[in-house]
Design a protein around this ligand. Structure first.
Ligand code: HEC
Ligand code: HEC
Length: 194
């Protein structure tokens, strides 16, 4: 499983032109570390509290980058800053590999067509909120307030990213809420790895 994942990610990383991750994470080590995360994110990455995002089945590179950002203070959040302070870069890579090993699938609500998905987002986040990039998150089934808050954080500069800062710069509150609702209305299912 570990080997298959490495090959799959390696191939995609080359195809997408992204740098390979600095550390290769061990999902079995990560499984133990996930005990620290499960009250909020679940053991399989399906969030147990509304404030926390679903992280199961997201790209390892994205998870690892966010955890390192919390650890270094580049991204701030009172809970996640505390959680990551005690983790080494290797442990962060391991727990990212664990959460990435699950499979996330998304289903649009009945009667809703993917053609109505927000044009400005689908190339990277998919019509159903499953990321098409190694460094972008899934948005499927996240609580609308989480998506709303992150877009506003990009817009006001609290969270920075060259693509997302630019995309969110001119969005109104109303547009942000409509985008958040689109992805929040998708049903996310996470099938846990054995
Ligand atoms: C006390 C609850 C809590 C615990 C424990 C916790 N988290 Fe979080 N986590 C959160 C919240 C809340 C957020 C949203 C932060 C924000 O709003 O910016 C978050 C965000 C994240 C993100 C960013 C996801 C994204 O889509 O950008 C990752 C990755 C993450 N957590 C991983 C972990 C891992 C791995 C652990 C265990 C080592 C862990 N968390 C433990 C509450 C928690
Ligand atoms: C060209 C690719 C691209 C496009 C287009 C794009 N995004 Fe993103 N998005 C990203 C990347 C990459 C990240 C990760 C940012 C980071 O590392 O902090 C991201 C992060 C996010 C996040 C943070 C989610 C989380 O889990 O914390 C939200 C919300 C988001 N995007 C919403 C949108 C919406 C809504 C649109 C359309 C208006 C959009 N994005 C268009 C690439 C894109």
């Amino acid at each position: 499983m570990r080997r298959a994942l490495t090959i799959a990610f390696g191939g995609l990383a080359l195809a997408g032109g992204f740098a390979a991750p600095a550390l290769s994470g061990d999902p079995e080590e990560g499984r133990k570390i996930a005990n620290m995360c499960q009250t909020c994110h679940g053991k399989d990455g399906y969030a147990r509290i509304p404030l926390a995002p679903h992280i199961g089945g997201e790209p390892k590179d994205y998870l690892e980058a966010q955890l390192m950002a919390f650890k270094t203070g580049a991204r701030e959040h009172e809970m996640m800053s505390v959680v990551t302070a005690s983790l080494s870069a290797q442990q962060i890579s391991d727990v990212s590999a664990w959460y990435a090993a699950h499979t996330a699938t998304a289903t649009l609500p009945d009667g809703v067509s993917s053609e109505d998905a927000p044009d400005a987002c689908v190339s990277c986040h998919g019509a159903d909120g499953i990321s098409t990039l190694l460094d972008a998150p899934n948005l499927a089934g996240e609580v609308n307030i989480y998506i709303d808050t992150q877009l506003k954080a990009f817009r006001n500069g609290v969270r920075k990213h060259e693509i997302m800062s630019e995309i969110s710069a001119d969005l109104t509150d109303k547009e942000i809420r409509a985008l958040a609702d689109w992805y929040a209305n998708v049903t996310l299912e996470i099938v846990a790895v054995e």
